[in-house]
Design a protein around this ligand. Sequence first.
Ligand code: CP3
Length: 344
Amino acid sequence: MSIRNDCLLKILRGNPSNRTPIWIMRQAGRYLPEYKKLRQKTGDFLQLCKTPELACKTTLMPIARFDLDAAIIFSDILVVPEAMGMPLKFEENKGPIFEKPIKTEKDFNNLQFPPLEENLAFTLKAIELTKLELNNSIPLIGFCGSPWTLACYMIEGGTSKNFEKIFRMMYDQPNLLLKILDKLTSILTEYLKLQLKYGADVLMIFDTWGGILPYPRYREFSLEFNQKIISSLNQLNIPNIFFSKGAFNHIDDIVKANPSCIGIDWMSSLENAQKIVGNKSAIQGNLDPSILLSEGTVVKEETKKMLDQVNAGTRYVVNLGHGITPDAKPKNVEILIETVRNYK
Ligand code: CP3
């Protein structure tokens, strides 16, 4: 079935579009009052992810409010390690916690290659439900974390400041870390293919922590594995988006990995990105998420400045340079979209 508003798919596939696509990373999250209300009623964030009807409902919240060109399924990157046998909880103001982080070879050997279609059935079911509800109006984005980014949480045990545990493993036991990354790569590839089977139209890899790697290690510990995943998706001709935060230094190599679209963070230059990427991939970004905390006039001005940088012919997707933050004003999202729609 073809999708009525397919401007995002066109841009990702390298076809012309007279509408510039816009969607927002983390668009279904905590800045929306209706989300906060549902979240309060449900109590636990993971429980929301694990109840397909509610995950579907949450996915659709920003779509009902705003004129967006894609939906992204409501889930989390950390449901994958949980499915592999690592108990996960989210604590208020602390974020995610793995009680038994991976420390040794033995911990690694205890990680399962789970039956994903069963263990992650809740997200797959949510995709299926959301596709029905969207009724081919706009595309649905499925996603996963990158192997490196998931390994950060699995080894650190949660959000980290200095990432000392994973760096120690990288220097002292590189083979153990490479084995973890390799296993994650197989599992994530299969998981993305399942999301496709259940109805996702576009697949995205969040390499949130790629940019913390020392320059000479980025390729070996992050990009190499992401490249494998991207190449599996390309073989199936599935449009994909790769976002590696803080990794602009490596954009030449990222282009060689050949994703349909490269996410650009707000610290990087959109102009330089266009020069380097050319037409080989689309680029997505890169408004500073903090602009959405500001006044409407600022949002309008900054959005225009960003659009002014985009050359005619660039395969371009409007987005923030990272996820929208909990204090963002919904009204500002509206102004951002309106500015994009009215831009000539
Ligand atoms: O984009 C969307 O609307 C889809 C939903 C989505 C969530 N997490 C929901 C969520 C997506 C795409 C993610 C990905 C994710 N999860 C990433 C990579 C994305 C990025 O921005 O780089 C990461 C690093 C995680 C792990 C994670 N999940 C952390 C560190 C936290 C706690 C900190 C935080 O931002 O709240 C979460 C929780 C989380 N994931 C929330 C939501 C809506 C907040 C939960 C709540 O308190 O209600």
